[in-house]
Design a binder for this molecule. Structure first.
Ligand code: CA
Length: 232
């Protein structure tokens, strides 16, 4: 369960968002304008924020800018208008982790927020993460690095993308095809990969994870699986 803040001035949409996240077992706070959202962010500990950009009093950009100064890693998904390509770009540049364009499917929003929470893997932004089993791993969402407890691990772009993908699907098999597709991002490194490249990256990543209570399992014929090592 996570504590979520929903900042949305459209009452119908706000009620819909509250309903779907509550049904999914999350604790939800809602705000009708940007000033109240900023006040809530400063006084309560949230695990993620769903932020409409078009809000009264303070707009979503202003809320996001203030929030990012103090909480650089708090996951934020912005909601933008259908034709707001520039807003979307500006929102991502201002530090949003993800976006959805209105009108959107509520189930997709739920899935995106859950993925954001898994990636962030932070119990709450206001309290330091306590390392326990798999939680000892934290992955930077903006730059290719991660931490095991307090030890930083330097990762290459591809190692980082691979680790994020496995982490977002923790305990589930990720197919070779899914990894290769994730690597083919428009702004990524599109150098053609040798046929055994994935194995090489997995091997290196395993080595970098070193003493972590985690392992990357090769599930023959299917793909790779990140899982916790049994204790002891
Ligand atoms: Ca609005």
């Amino acid at each position: 369960m996570a504590h979520l803040l929903i900042a949305e001035d459209d009452e119908l949409l706000r009620d819909g968002l509250r309903a779907i996240f509550t049904q999914a077992g999350h604790e939800v706070s809602t705000c009708v304008n940007g000033a109240l959202a900023w006040e809530a962010i400063q006084t309560e500990a949230f695990d993620a924020v769903v932020l409409d950009l078009g809000l009264p009093l303070l707009d979503g950009f202003q809320v996001l800018a203030r929030l990012r100064q103090r909480w650089p890693t708090l996951p934020v998904l912005i909601l933008t208008a259908r034709d707001g390509v520039e807003d979307r770009v500006a929102g991502l540049n201002a530090g949003a982790d993800d976006y959805l364009t209105k009108p959107f499917n509520l189930d997709e929003l739920l899935a995106r927020v859950q993925a954001m929470l898994r990636r962030a893997n932070l119990p709450a932004h206001a309290t330091p993460a306590t390392p326990n089993t798999a939680d000892a791993l934290r992955i930077d969402t903006e730059r290719p690095r991660a931490w095991l407890g307090n030890t930083a691990i330097d990762l290459t772009q591809r190692e980082w993308e691979l680790l994020q993908l496995l982490w977002a699907n923790f305990g589930q098999v990720v197919s070779r095809e899914a990894v290769l597709a994730a690597w083919q991002t428009p702004d990524g490194d599109n150098t053609p990969l040798a046929s055994n490249a994935l194995e090489v990256y997995v091997h290196r990543l395993r080595r970098k994870l070193g003493d972590a209570p985690l392992t990357i399992r090769n599930v023959r014929g299917l793909g790779y699986l990140l899982q916790s090592l049994p204790h002891g």
